[in-house]
Design a protein around this ligand. Structure first.
Ligand code: PLP
Length: 422
């Protein structure tokens, strides 16, 4: 039987990140020694107090309110107020099964095109496509470390015409590791205000910032038009718990009531025990803070190590300041690669996996041109439990220690070096 499918679905393929994960894991299962820099999942264990809260609440079986457990909404609003100074109330919070689903629902609710700075996370585009929404890419430049500037945003908003516009702004950034500074955010906020842009500020990597500076957000400088998304997946290391949140300001109240209706007609509510575990995470964040700080320290070291090695090999690569990603490219080797028949980022990552045993994602999955030679590295191929137990602090890492506890990070660099030698 050949079912007739919704044409909007036909153009979709499986999410690139999930697909590379399966491929790398299958190769490992076959006994291949693969460096897996493809999948952006925290390697650290879920903090024990969150696990305990999950166990303690295994008996919670009732459906919870659509918007989320009221105590959790209160704890989330409190967390964002204490940590980042945002002015959201408990009723501004909606809990969902991952911020990915909530971002999709907001894109689904909204009229008007979606502005996507390029490069950006792989799922925004397909989500907009599922809604039949026009996507307006905003190319950024490597020379400016792929940062969205007010000028670029201004131009894109002006060209988009009069209709309502939605901007997705991800900070700290996947794939580049960029972290925006307050002065940049203020200028971007002014442009958003001028064009009345509705912003989804995707802050799922909030708190993974290496200099532990106060996080700057459009939620502070453009509160009336900014929706914040976040969740347990990255800094709390609990991606598989599937719990995300959005915070929608009063001024967009209509959107919250529409979101509640869509949630009530789709997933109903997030699993009750997971919401109670999240309550512990957000309400008692001070107990988790040392964990988050230590993991940041580890990411900082690893990303700085990889950055130095990549630059040493002649790759271009903006220096990451947050998240756990790097976005290097082989542009300096374009001619040699062309002679080897590699002219697209897809061909590049295929050869990297097939010949050099390293899994990364192609730049084109992040909306870069097909012929860009950029790729994304998720620097998470290490044993997070052992790393946490043994971490001596950034200033005390020896070569021997690094070699023992982060062998795949070193091996990844060797794979790329070997690839460059042809
Ligand atoms: C930039 C970005 N936004 C959102 C998400 C979704 O996270 P979750 O659905 O686990 O909350 C991810 C996950 O990798 C991401 O990288």
């Amino acid at each position: 039987m050949r079912p007739a499918l919704n044409p909007l679905v036909l153009s979709l393929k499986e999410s690139a990140t999930l697909a590379i994960n399966l491929k790398a894991l299958e190769l490992r299962r076959q006994g291949k020694d693969i460096v897996h820099f493809g999948f952006g999942q925290s390697p650290f264990p879920v903090p024990e107090i969150i696990q305990q809260a999950l166990r303690d609440n295994a008996d919670k079986k009732d459906y919870l309110p659509t918007q989320g457990l009221p105590e959790l909404c209160e704890a989330v609003a409190g967390f964002y107020r204490n940590e980042f100074g945002y002015d959201f109330k408990p009723l501004d919070v909606c809990v969902g099964p991952g911020s990915k689903e909530l971002i999709f629902q907001i894109i689904y609710l909204m009229e008007g095109p979606l502005l996507i700075p390029v490069p950006s996370w792989v799922s925004y585009g397909p989500q907009a496509a599922l809604r039949g929404k026009e996507i307006i890419p905003i190319p950024t430049s490597r020379e400016n470390n792929y940062r969205l500037t007010p000028e670029l945003l201004d131009r894109a908003c002006y060209s988009a015409g009069q209709s309502q516009k939605l901007l997705i702004f991800n900070n700290p950034n996947n794939p580049t590791g960029a972290l925006y500074h307050e002065n940049e955010i203020k200028e971007i906020a002014e442009i958003c205000r001028a064009y009345q842009v509705i912003v989804i500020s995707d802050e799922i990597y909030a708190m993974i910032d290496f200099d532990q500076l106060p996080m700057s957000s459009l939620a502070t400088f453009y509160p009336e038009g900014t929706i914040v998304s976040g969740g347990l997946s990255k800094s709390f290391a609990a991606g598989g718990y599937r719990l995300g949140v959005v915070l929608i300001p009063d001024s967009l109240e209509l959107m919250m009531s529409a979101l509640k209706s869509v949630v009530s007609e789709t997933f109903s509510a997030v699993s009750a025990p997971v919401q109670y575990a999240a309550l512990k995470a957000y309400r008692d964040f001070d107990e988790i803070r040392p964990f988050v700080e230590k993991t940041c320290d580890i990411y900082k070291y690893i990303l700085s190590y990889l950055h130095t090695r990549f630059i040493g090999m002649g790759l271009n690569c903006p220096k990451p300041a947050g998240s756990f990603y790097l976005f290097p490219d082989f542009e300096n080797f374009r001619k040699q690669l062309q002679e080897r028949g590699i002219i697209t980022s897809i061909a590049l990552v295929d050869v990297l996996l097939g010949e050099s045993s390293i899994a990364v994602l192609p730049g084109s999955d992040f909306y870069m041109p097909a012929t860009s030679l950029g790729f994304r590295v998720a620097a998470v191929d290490f044993d997070g439990v052992r790393a946490l137990e043994t971490w001596p602090g950034v200033d005390y890492v020896t070569e021997e220690y690094f070699h023992t506890f982060f062998p795949k990070i070193e091996q990844g660099c060797e794979c790329i070096k070997r690839f460059l030698r042809g």
